[in-house]
Ligand binder design. Sequence first.
Ligand SMILES: Cc1cc2nc3c(=O)[nH]c(=O)nc-3n(C[C@H](O)[C@H](O)[C@H](O)COP(=O)(O)O)c2cc1C
Length: 277
Amino acid sequence: MNLGVVAVSAILSEWLAILFETPVGPRSALRHYPYKGFGGGPQRFGGFWTASVLNSHIKLGSLDGMELQAAFDLLLSSVTPLKAVDGLIWQSLGSGATVPGHPWSHGSLTTLSNSRCDAMSPRSRMVVLRRSDCVARTIDCYTDVRSEKIADLESAGHSVCWLFYDPLSKIQLRLQGTATVVNNAEADAAWCETSLYSRSAYLSVEPPGKKVAGDAPPDTADRVVNQVDSERGRENFRVIRTQVKEVDWLYLRQGGHVRALLRYLDDGDVDVSWIVP
Ligand SMILES: Cc1cc2nc3c(=O)[nH]c(=O)nc-3n(C[C@H](O)[C@H](O)[C@H](O)COP(=O)(O)O)c2cc1C
């Protein structure tokens, strides 16, 4: 087939998709939207997109960083954006836990701490988002049981805050919830899937955070082991599972910032509202 025929059929199929609100390819709707700015963006179609069309498009692929802004722009152009915002946020968290380089693949996890000073104080650190469950509304990271964040959870309380930010799409996601330390068959399964490289994080002989004497930084040779010896890291490995209670979503959008607050109620319902950005 020559290039002219390919181009004409591509244009025709896109226009047919627009006319009949049917997706023509996995991410056809998202291809209309440039990553930066709004030129040729969703307003082109005004309120043409319905929530069902939106869902049929955004469910087709896992969102990577480039698609995050386009997906939220598309959502905001739909007739009932509030209905879809919860699903899209959790879809993006699912991608964060599975797509390398996704903006949500790393987040800041804040615990309350009382170990460094007398007063209770917040302490944040970067962690890798390892798993997201959109039904249970939980997100997981892994850590060493000897780390201070575990001590924080056990002695200062289970309240935690996760923070994600993507400078390209200018979307911030803040999740508040309660965290528990998981060390059961699920943790066994998670451990089995970790790479040899990741296991080195759980193999230090001395506990992470311990002060060392001398000028030289501590030797990390104890962490370079083969697959069989890496099994000794399992005793230090833990899953931290956060039950998300509230999401604050902020999009610094050209032409008007947008912010939504989502509260997960005990009966399983979600209370979603726009809030002043
Ligand atoms: C990009 C990045 C990713 C990290 N991921 C994790 C992680 O998934 N789990 C973890 O325990 N520490 C991770 N760390 C190290 C933590 O930020 C922190 O330094 C360490 O866990 C000790 O924190 P704590 O003393 O507050 O417990 C990561 C650090 C960076 C820079």
